[in-house]
Design a protein around this ligand. Structure first.
Ligand code: AMP
Ligand code: TRP
Length: 343
């Protein structure tokens, strides 16, 4: 068990977000919004995982821009550098080193079974080793901080399960070293679906498809248009439902619920007097526009002051490095690597 753990006043939270592609509404409602809401109650580490991003081909200039843009977005969404640690993964070298150490205790078979990996390789001709290794790097991210909780969307649950398995295996082989973390899946907005196709998860990978995703930086007019075009069904019943036919309406209500924080019953009551799906779409669009307006403005200000943005990120990297490098040293010691100055 971590030496500092007994003294910890708050539970420690670690989460990561990829800088590949622009941040969309699913990322915001499924991840970032919850991080902001919980920043007072927990000790938080938020990592922009650029090393994960390069497991698939990236355009260097784009990646650099997107990484800073994401950082600006996290601060714009309300993460407060006084309360939490926001940093870029590649700025803290312990992550890559920790990944190597964990690679050496992780059976390849565990990685080949990962659903996301199988899904990704089915869409690619050539696969980089890094893509297979992706979940081990994620395990290093989490375990180096002795995180108690890992808030992620539903799609990442399997990777957190694997992280637990790796931690237990390491602890078994080398003695109690890592805390076994838990995934925390947000209830509201856990899975935002595509507006063009409510059977697939909204994703920045499909952001090029018109009408699929809402980008957090979209202008109000564009957001309105995206919702107007959203796929629904031929009925007029506005209620939550598991019926695949009603996946579109269910998704719109889910988005509204996640933004307003109201219960299912309250949301359904809100729309009791609505005049059909047109009305529903307009009101959900309005809620999204008002939620995102201040974010877009703050993001714009930070992107025009890269010096300030990089300063905030340097502070984050220093805080993160202090914690993870200490843990990495413990890992190296356990594994029999020579630590300079130690017996
Ligand atoms: P990614 O875009 O895959 O790096 O995801 C970053 C975070 O956002 C993770 O916690 C994801 O699970 C979450 N996320 C991404 N897309 C969605 C979505 N459509 N609905 C809910 N959460 C999502
Ligand atoms: N794989 C995660 C995703 O795509 C991102 C991630 C990387 C992460 N490292 C992490 C999430 C550590 C939580 C904890 O969403």
């Amino acid at each position: 068990m971590a030496g500092d753990e007994r003294k910890r006043a708050k539970r420690r939270v670690f989460s990561g977000i990829q800088p590949s592609g622009d941040v969309q509404l699913g990322n915001y409602l499924g991840a970032i919004k919850g991080w902001v809401e919980r920043q007072d109650a927990k000790e938080n580490y938020f990592c922009i995982v650029d090393l994960h991003a390069i497991t698939t081909p990236q355009k260097p200039e784009e990646l650099r821009r997107q990484t800073r843009s994401l950082a600006a977005m996290l601060f714009a969404a309300g993460l407060d550098p006084e309360k939490c640690t926001v940093f870029i993964q590649s700025h803290v070298t312990a992550h890559a080193e920790g990944c190597w150490a964990l690679n050496c205790v992780t059976p390849v078979g565990w990685l080949e079974r990962m659903t996301q990996y199988k899904d990704k390789i089915s869409r690619q001709e050539s696969v980089a080793t890094g893509l297979l290794d992706y979940p081990v790097l994620m395990a290093a991210d989490i375990l180096l901080y002795d995180a108690d909780e890992v808030p992620v969307g539903d799609d990442q649950r399997q990777h957190v399960e694997l992280t637990r398995d790796i931690a237990q295996r390491f602890n078994h082989l080398y003695g109690d070293t890592f805390k076994v973390p838990e995934a925390v899946i947000p209830e509201a907005g856990a899975r935002v679906m595509g507006l063009d196709d409510p059977t697939v998860k909204m994703s920045k990978s499909y952001a090029h498809i018109r009408g699929h995703a809402v980008n957090l930086l979209d202008e109000p007019k564009e957001i309105e248009r995206s919702f107007k075009r959203a796929v629904t069904d031929s009925g007029n019943d506005i209620r939550f439902s598991d019926d695949p036919e009603k996946a579109g309406v269910n998704n719109l209500l889910g988005v509204y619920k996640a933004i307003t924080g109201r219960s299912r019953e309250e949301v359904e009551a809100d729309f009791a007097g609505a005049r059909g799906y047109g009305d529903l779409k307009a009101r959900v669009a309005e809620a999204v526009i008002e939620e995102l307006r201040p974010l877009r403005e703050r993001h714009h200000r930070l992107m025009n002051d890269v010096g300030e943005l990089d300063r905030l990120l340097a502070v984050g990297a220093e805080q993160a490095g202090a914690v993870s490098e200490n843990k990495l040293k413990e890992v190296k010691r356990r594994m029999g690597l020579v630590i300079p100055g130690e017996q």
